[in-house]
Design a protein around this ligand. Structure first.
Ligand code: NAD
Ligand code: UDP
Length: 315
């Protein structure tokens, strides 16, 4: 039975990945320091004898014998990664060094959860993997963007120098159940605000775009990437190419929830990308025709049900 380490396993995406890997019959170890993740996300898996939970910070070395490592540990929401930017850089860079060192020592295959943020505020649209990006190296998002870019560099160099088997995916905005209700990302913010009847906070004029991917589609893409042919290392975009403005997203959330919330326009945060849409042709070609199956309305309904339940329980 394959044994798999998931760093950031108690986070939003990590918890879905652990669940899926366990369902496929693998032995799974979640490693997390619970900065933005919570045991509540994985408590339903704890009865499974093939699931183990480790409290650990990836900025410190860790040793374990596994066949594969999915490296997800890193806060993902701008509010959380800007809370302690130096720690964010350490998590991306030292976390990558520690996990790559482990992969090298135990000859494990390792996948990096990189991000569309490596493209910054992109001047090429939609974004293809060969685009080098437009990142402000000293802006408030740089702790995350440059940390993730450095991690990509570490990954390719561990492969070139040490022959480590690597895979890099660039994840575009992903949403779904188990997002932290207060993590400040747009989908969770709008849903929680609509359900509570509070104002919907639109940053800027709301004309900036994002392409939203439901978490199950991402997890499918991640696993296909881990199992892809040995000489395909990526980076590969994993995202849903359907692009929406934040005003369109707000309207969808209002329509589905039936909320009477009003729109409230607030200043646009610095360096907020104007547009973002993945070109997924490489993923379709290399990952057996992978493409997102769940469209925004359906994914939003599932996510709204989750938050509705959470709010009913008073969480
Ligand atoms: P999340 O914040 O829910 O999960 C991150 C997890 O990492 C949390 O459980 C957190 O406690 C843990 N963590 C943070 N720092 C750590 C450290 N130093 N040591 C150990 N654990 C640590 O975020 P998410 O949305 O699940 O994102 C998971 C990964 O996917 C991240 O690497 C993120 O950069 C990447 N990603 C996510 C998105 C998205 O839209 N959700 C987009 C692009 C990339
Ligand atoms: N956003 C917004 N209202 C909010 C939270 C975010 O209008 O309450 C905007 C934000 O300015 C950005 C987009 O929604 O343009 C996506 O933000 P998020 O933090 O979810 O992700 P990222 O900017 O990292 O793509």
């Amino acid at each position: 039975m394959k044994r798999i380490l998931v760093t950031g396993g108690a986070g939003f995406i990590g918890s879905h990945l652990c669940e899926r890997l366990l369902n496929e019959g693998y032995e799974v170890i979640s490693l997390d320091n619970y900065f933005t993740g919570t045991k509540k996300n994985i408590v339903h898996l704890m009865d499974n004898p093939y699931f183990e939970v480790v409290r650990h910070d990836v900025t410190h070395p860790y040793f374990i014998e596994v066949d594969e490592i999915y490296n997800l540990a890193c806060p993902a929401s701008p509010v959380h990664y800007q809370y302690n930017p130096i720690k964010t850089i350490k998590t991306s860079v030292m976390g990558a060094i520690n996990m790559l060192g482990l992969a090298k020592r135990i000859e494990a295959k390792i996948l990096q959860a990189s991000t569309s943020e490596v493209y910054g505020d992109p001047l090429i649209h939609p974004q293809v993997e060969s685009y080098w990006g437009n990142v402000n190296p000293i802006g408030i998002r740089s702790c995350y963007d440059e940390g993730k870019r450095c991690a990509e560099s570490l990954f390719v160099n561990y492969e070139r120098q040490n022959g480590v088997r690597i895979k890099i995916i660039r994840i575009f905005n992903t949403y779904g159940p188990r997002m932290h209700p207060q993590d400040g990302r747009v989908v969770s913010n709008f849903i929680v605000q609509a359900l509570k009847g509070e104002d919907i906070t639109i940053f800027g004029d709301g004309e900036q775009t994002r392409s939203f991917q439901y978490v199950d589609d991402l997890v499918e893409g991640m696993i296909r990437m881990m199992n892809s042919r040995d000489d395909f290392e990526g980076p590969v975009n994993i995202g849903n190419p359907h692009e929406f403005t934040m005003l369109e997203l707000a309207q969808k959330v209002l329509d589905i929830t039936g909320s009477k919330s009003k729109l409230k326009f607030l200043p646009m945060p610095a360096d907020d990308p104007i547009q973002r849409q993945p070109d997924i042709s490489l993923a379709q070609k290399e990952l057996d025709g992978w493409e997102p199956k769940i469209q925004l309305d359906d994914g939003l309904k599932k996510t709204i049900d989750y938050f509705d339940d959470l709010l009913l329980k008073g969480i």
